[in-house]
Design a binder for this molecule. Structure first.
Ligand code: GLA
Length: 658
């Protein structure tokens, strides 16, 4: 199977989305010159080129793309070539309005923006396949081609009639009979029983709360329907060029797409990461998404898009202060990225993204952003041979699952304040602040290589996953599980007792009486810390150790944190410092040491392929103790026992010990 290693060939790919159709051809030569100057070795072409290639149905205008492919090749720049199927031209919507998605209330999502396609539309799929076929046939053997990039951030949702028919086909293959569907969806409730398949619809706008199992299945279906579009195009390009790896870029930790399932269909896992430069947790957020993507890739991954400066889609869009783009880029490399790319090469002058930064901003080649880009490009060129392809060892896994996220994020639950992604991030942060590198894993994955496994919050767990967790803990693994987990089965049916019996036994919970969610800003006092967001009225089974009890309120005296053997259960979300302390105890006990002890606050240490990366997220100059003698690959200098890092400073150390 082709992989990122084939495309990168010991280098780190550096570049970005290139949208030359927005510029007169005389600018292209200038682009190529400046790309070379910046050390760019990879551009992504064609992402939004559908209307340019096929200006009217069936037409093909490839000449401009031929010239660009040749131009890039002449400059030694590889091309990640996109199938332009994310943004159908206006003629498609005008001639075939049935390709346009419809919202839950039936309104049409019109053209004039992008991504206005219904994944279930046979007409859309036919045009997309025909164009992909011709694109692949034309460029499969082009020497500039390095990677196929299918579509872009698959994310559409549709509730139209075509989607309804497709949803019914998906449901038929899952349930076979309407009776089985009625049972799984619990349609005895509120007189929702279906008498035939034809009555079944996507969960459209309704009078009151929708059937949660129907909504859950629709989310599963939507992810699968989009994946069918991906697979269809992937198969076409793979047929023409079996040795060229294929990817599609994910939005990370995004609920619309089960990225575990999708990653299994890709040669390269790639992702678009946009931390907010003003977010004090931006560095940790970047680390978390890198860890998640590396885990989906089971190895090196591709940072397909990030911003060199501000984005334009937040309320207030902040530029990146000097050094931050370099820091976060090298952090991605430290955590397994073999490609550091951007949206986009040259900042647009027109269109909705004219205020979104590029590698080359409106300020041009004299601008600070481009200056910083050139520095980074040169550094990545040096690092490539030493770093590319290297593994990032991790002894701890965080479990994460889309089914659980989907089921647990619906209406009518104990607290709408419970935000799945936020809880996952809090747990990752606690481990990150302990200096521990984490992988992510599915709840049914083989966990045996991990010394400790953390479950921030998995509301829905199927039987196989529960057995997996129990076997892991019984086999000597250290397991720590957060509140409101193991509550629902695969159909979102509440398990007897409110939590699966196997898990209650594992953690030493005799009875789960009630969930007691907290208000925004409310805390509950526990022994040694404050809990937030959630609390639970639990009765411990005999022989269970109560690590910490609630100390105030209705639950005073009842267990907040329980432990049986190496399995712990946290029935609340401890405030950040306390969660850091608790998870620190867990990993220490499991024999997991931080990557480097004695780090100053804000400094991150990661090992990749035998190299030690040190990253200063803060702005002060700090001294990091590192026993021994090293070469800093970024400066070429030798360092002994300590490294000084300035604002957002980075060192990449290779031991010189014999
Ligand atoms: C996404 C898209 C890009 C661009 C950026 C802007 O990642 O894939 O086309 O719109 O967002 O941040």
């Amino acid at each position: 199977m082709p992989s990122l290693r084939d495309a990168a060939r010991g280098r780190i790919l550096f570049g970005g989305d290139y949208n030359p159709e927005q510029w007169p051809e005389e600018v292209w030569e200038d682009d190529a010159r400046l790309m070379k100057e910046a050390g760019v070795n990879s551009v992504t072409l064609g992402v939004f080129s559908w209307a340019k290639i096929e200006p009217r149905p069936g037409a093909r205008e490839f000449g401009w793309l031929d010239r660009l492919m040749d131009l890039m090749h002449a400059h030694g720049i590889g091309v990640v070539l996109a199938t332009p199927t994310a943004s159908p031209p206006p003629w498609m919507g005008a001639r075939h309005p049935e390709t346009l998605p419809r919202t839950e209330d039936g309104s049409v999502v019109w053209y004039g923006s992008r991504q206005q396609f219904c994944a279930s539309s046979p007409v859309y799929r036919r045009y997309a396949a025909a164009l992909t076929e011709d694109l692949a046939a034309r460029y499969a053997d082009h020497p500039a081609l390095t990677v196929w990039h299918i579509n872009n951030e698959y994310c559409t949702h549709c509730w139209c009639d075509e989607t309804a028919a497709h949803f019914r086909r998906w449901l038929r293959s899952r349930y076979v009979t309407v009776d089985a569907l009625n049972e799984a969806w619990g349609t005895a409730f509120w007189s929702q029983r279906y008498d035939s398949w034809t009555e079944i619809l996507p969960p459209r706008k309704a009078q009151y709360m929708k059937n949660p199992a129907q909504v859950l299945d629709f989310k599963r279906f939507t992810s699968d329907a989009l994946m069918e579009c991906y697979v269809a195009e992937r198969d076409i390009v793979a047929r023409h060029s079996p040795r060229v790896p294929v990817t599609t870029n994910f939005m990370p930790l995004w609920s619309g797409q089960d990225a575990w399932a999708w990653a299994a269909q890709e040669d390269i896992v790639s992702v678009d990461i946009y931390p907010d430069p003003r977010d004090p947790q931006g560095g940790q957020y970047n680390a978390m998404l890198a860890d998640m993507t590396r885990s989906q890739a089971a190895g090196p991954w591709m940072l397909m898009e990030q911003a060199a400066g501000p984005v334009n889609w937040r309320g207030v869009n902040h530029p990146k202060p000097e050094g931050l783009n370099r820091l976060w880029s090298l952090q991605a490399v430290a955590r397994g990225a073999d490609a550091v790319c951007y949206f986009q090469w040259r900042q647009s002058r027109q269109g909705s993204e004219k205020f979104h930064s590029g590698m080359l901003t409106h300020a041009g080649e004299q601008g600070r952003t481009f200056r910083e880009i050139k520095r980074l490009g040169a550094e990545l060129l040096t690092l490539g041979p030493a770093v590319g392809g290297g593994d990032v060892p991790a002894d701890v896994a965080i479990l994460h699952d889309w089914d659980s996220w989907w089921a647990g994020s619906q209406e009518g639950r104990p607290s709408s304040l419970l935000d799945y992604a936020e809880v996952v991030q809090r747990w990752h942060r606690a481990l990150w602040e302990n200096g521990v590198v984490t992988d992510f894993a599915r709840p049914d994955a083989d966990l045996s290589r991990f010394k400790a496994v953390a479950v921030p919050h998995l509301y829905l767990l199927d039987d196989a996953s529960i057995d997996n967790l129990v076997a892991y803990a019984q086999g000597g693994g250290t397991l720590v599980c957060g509140f409101f987990s193991g509550v629902a089965d695969v159909d979102d049916r509440i398990r007897p007792g409110g939590m699966d019996e196997r898990l209650r036994d594992l953690f030493g919970i005799r009875t789960l009486h009630e969930w007691w969610p907290l208000e925004a800003g409310e805390t509950v006092e526990c022994e040694g810390f404050e809990g937030t967001l959630w609390s639970e009225e639990l009765e411990a089974a005999e022989g269970t150790e109560v690590v910490a009890a609630y100390r105030a309120g209705e639950l005073a005296g009842l267990p907040a944190v329980l432990r049986r053997g190496r399995a712990r259960y946290l029935s609340t979300l401890p405030e950040p410092a306390a969660l850091r302390g608790l998870l620190g105890d867990v990993v220490r006990e499991a024999g997991v040491a931080p990557v480097l002890a004695g780090l100053p606050d804000g400094v991150e240490a990661v090992r990749r392929g035998g190299l030690l990366f040190l990253l200063q997220h803060g702005r002060d100059t700090v001294t990091v103790p590192v026993a021994g003698s090293y070469e800093d690959l970024l400066t070429g200098r030798t360092v002994e026992d300590r490294v000084e890092l300035g604002r957002h400073g980075v060192a990449v150390l290779r031991s010189t010990a014999p």
